[in-house]
Design a protein around this ligand. Structure first.
Ligand code: PGA
Length: 259
């Protein structure tokens, strides 16, 4: 199956991080759905905190065009893991996607490539679509290590996946220095990094690897969204801060559908 048939691109994802409990989430949905009508050739993905996912699922029951994800899962199915969420529980709450390896998970919570790999496996095992996040720090970029860092992160996450899993996941390139800093990669920077990831995807999955969506994330705002989306190999956006305001996010989604 072609990925574009499964998740029409561009994919515009909003990662709310640790913002909006169930009530705030429902309010967001009310405002957002009033301002954003379904668009066929585009995927909108909301990624609320786990506690709010079911509320968003119910609030979007009339809008199955809006996809839902969680921000993290544990790799075990269940058991004594206080505070954690399993892939199955995320599915049960209405999520179809999960962010895996977000830079805040890697750098604030010390998540390793090996844990990312296990989470990808757990997600796939529960029919949850992982959005695999990779990205270099400023120090690594300055040292000329972008290619090495991001391809190693992605290679570790997709190790052992076979061609029947080509369209079972998405990729997000999020340079750490651009996340929440107001500094964005330029469209050529994003294209260049995405092209490196594309090479790896095509190596592992053959020509179909060309159709795996690669999203860009890091200080995406209304005023840079269009130019990033227009860049080669950029198939969508993963938006943090600018996804929290329903009106602003709806505007980005509407404008993206016209790019
Ligand atoms: P930002 O976050 O848009 O606030 O930079 C992006 C992300 O971390 O997914």
């Amino acid at each position: 199956m072609d990925a574009s048939a499964r998740w029409p691109v561009p994919v515009i994802a909003g990662n709310w991080k640790m913002n909006k409990g169930p009530r705030g989430a429902i309010e967001f949905i009310r405002e957002f759905t009033a301002r954003y009508a379904p668009v066929d050739a585009q995927t909108v993905l909301l990624i609320p905190p786990a506690l709010s996912v079911f509320a968003v699922y119910e609030a979007t029951s009339g809008r199955r065009d809006i996809q839902l994800g969680v921000q993290n899962i544990h790799w075990e199915k269940d058991g004594a893991f206080t505070g954690e969420t399993s892939a199955g529980m995320a599915r049960d709450s209405g999520a179809g996607f999960v962010l895996v390896g977000h830079s805040e998970r890697r750098h604030v919570f010390g998540e390793t490539d090996e844990q990312v790999r296990m989470k990808v496996r757990a997600a796939l095992g529960a029919s949850l679509t992982p959005v695999i996040c990779v990205g270099e720090t400023l120090e690594q970029r300055k040292a000329g290590r972008v290619q090495e860092v991001i391809t190693n992160q992605l290679a570790a996450a997709i190790e052992g996946l076979t061609s029947d899993q080509t369209f079972a996941f998405l990729v997000a390139y999020e340079p750490v220095w651009a996340i929440g800093t107001g500094v964005t990669a330029t469209p050529p920077d994003a294209s260049e990094a995405h092209a490196l990831l594309r090479v790896l995807l095509e190596k592992q999955f053959g020509p179909d690897g060309a159709a795996i969506p690669i999203l860009y994330g890091g200080s995406v705002k209304r005023d840079n969204a269009q130019s990033l989306l227009a860049a080669a190999n950029v198939d969508g956006l993963l938006i943090g801060g600018a996804s929290l305001d329903a009106e602003g996010f709806a505007t980005i989604c509407r404008e993206a559908s016209r790019t």
